[in-house]
Write a protein that binds this ligand. Structure first.
Ligand SMILES: [Zn+2]
Length: 132
């Protein structure tokens, strides 16, 4: 199994990502609720990283959280994403980043439904949907 990390300079990321995706993935931004492409997407398929194409989430783990962001109970497979402690905005949250490129995806909360009880709250702009 290959575990190649995708490493680019800030200028390189700026050149390949759209401004909206750059702001979220490289500057830890958050898109406004109910504005993204995927919060209400019910098609079957795989969500890959918008920056590097790493497969991150499946429609099988997607659920309607009511938050206006695409939400999942688990990543596609263990190790697809990494967790980081985020103490910005006077809160302690757990940030979720792409394992391969380190790009910011969103946060995980422990108020999700069964079976995991977790809610991976992601930004649409950090994901690219590949319909099955
Ligand atoms: Zn990535």
């Amino acid at each position: 199994m290959s575990d190649d990390k995708v490493v680019k300079s800030d200028a390189e990321w700026r050149a390949v990502l759209s401004p909206g995706t750059y702001r979220i993935m490289r500057e830890q931004g958050t898109e406004p609720a109910f504005t993204g492409q995927y919060w209400d997407n019910h098609d079957k398929g795989i969500y890959v990283c918008a920056a590097c194409g790493n497969p991150l989430f499946s429609s099988d783990q997607k659920f309607d959280s009511g938050t206006g962001w695409p939400s999942f109970t688990a990543p596609l497979k263990p190790g697809a994403v990494d967790e980081k402690k985020d103490s910005s905005h006077f809160m302690t949250r757990t940030e979720i980043v792409c394992h391969k490129c380190g790009g910011h995806l969103g946060h995980v909360f422990d108020d999700g439904p069964a079976p995991t009880g977790q809610r991976f709250c992601m930004n649409s702009a950090a994901l690219k949907f590949e319909k099955k």
